[in-house]
Design a protein around this ligand. Sequence first.
Ligand code: NAD
Length: 498
Amino acid sequence: MEEGYNGLPFKMSTIPNFIGGEWRTSAAERLPILNPASGEVLAEVPLSSRDEVVAAIQAASAAFPGWRRMPVTDRIQFLFRLKARMEDQFEELARTITLECGKTLAESRGELRRAVENVEVACGAPILTQGYVSEDIAAGIDELMIRQPLGVCAIIAPFNFPGMIPFWFLPYAIAAGNTVVVKPSERVPMTMAKILTILEEIGLPKGVVNGVNGGRAAVDTLLDHPDVQAISFVGSSQVARHVYARAAAAGKRVQCQGGAKNPIVIAPDADVETTTAVVADSAFGCAGQRCLAASMAVLVGGARASFRESLREAAASRVTGSGLDAVQMGPVISAASKQRVEGLIGRAEADGARVTVDGRAPVITNFERGFFVRPTILEQLPWESDVARTEIFGPVLSLHEAETLDAALEIINRGEYGNMACLFTSSGDLARRFRSEADVGNVGINTGVAAPMAFFPFSGARGSFFGDLHGQGRDAFEFFTKEKVIVERWPRAVSRMF
Ligand code: NAD
């Protein structure tokens, strides 16, 4: 597809759907896609109709029989080509992520690197989709377990990692022999559109991966349609619960990753300089719009005095601006998000918190119409305030205190979410207790964004995850295959031919 408007792969200003290997312009209502740094319209995205989504499901269904019969060694050749093309277009893809999502170019490169790593890991499908065999489970009887693909799988993605999150699922699903319908967030559909152009260029058979744009109605069509066998969802917990319940009621296999409110615990023996830098990066990196962002720092015992000041300084000095410039932090995704984050800061203040670093209503020269909130620190936020429990999803860190590690663990384990918790310490004993007792899916010890590599599951617990098997690595292959067990006995041949 030709290069066009705004450096995007489309001459047209509306992102088309990719169905059965064809680019189709939707007739549906459209939303503008805004550059969060400038507020400018980049293009438009359709809210595809039910019929358009069904057409994508039908294309995926039609492609399934041929694709699942292609030997796995041949299927993964497409992944090798995909990796090569993603490397070739790495900078262009990173720039697209920054344009539509707002994060810095370094952050866009980081998420894209993880996307590529998932493609690499999925190339292990010939081994990772193997079953197993036991000979002679009884006299003359053998038993086998083989893994088979499910059929059409749907991927529903959030706005905050348009380049990475679909790759927690997509390469594994197709390597295992499934076909896919992917629905990116309607706020950031351009990155996926570019990836779909790559899949077209590498000659992936038509219909193996289809892309539809849209919002709630498109999602509900995927959840209800009988030909969709599995749903992989990442987004807010509220929507994750809806997706999990509706898809499960329709008999589908479902994995839903939800929201977060991640506590970071700082012990008195943590190194101040390194810990401050890592915690600030976790809280304010990607403008706090990471499901693994630190949102509460719990200062234990003597850590209080030293860390309050250093975290305030780190927040106040963070360079904020357009992600395409040399900055440390970009805007939040939308005007509504800015308003929401600033509203929550106001609510915290009304509930008794002190806003010791206030990032509301900043003026960013040359980007006055952008959706910026600067790093913010809340102190003395009462536990009774709902802001202490709400996922803010912006660059806001609240500071809390606990007398002991046990008290900090209690704060972690009573929270609704269980995506990540981190501990900063130089004590192996504290670290060992923490990693065992924190009831969360991802634990960081002296790291602030405990993002699992592609060959580990991207975990999550309690209100942050609904399902059994996670995305990435072995879990993904298990999710995208069903196990069939065969018990086999062959009668003794009447006359032996050999
Ligand atoms: P979101 O829940 O608003 O949207 C996610 C997807 O669901 C989008 O594709 C959207 O079109 C669709 N959707 C939105 N409302 C819907 C509805 N009512 N019914 C059906 N579908 C609907 O999430 P978001 O704002 O795009 O992303 C931010 C959220 O995602 C945060 O809560 C963040 O913590 C979470 N997240 C979690 C992880 C994780 O691994 N646990 C990773 C990234 C983001």
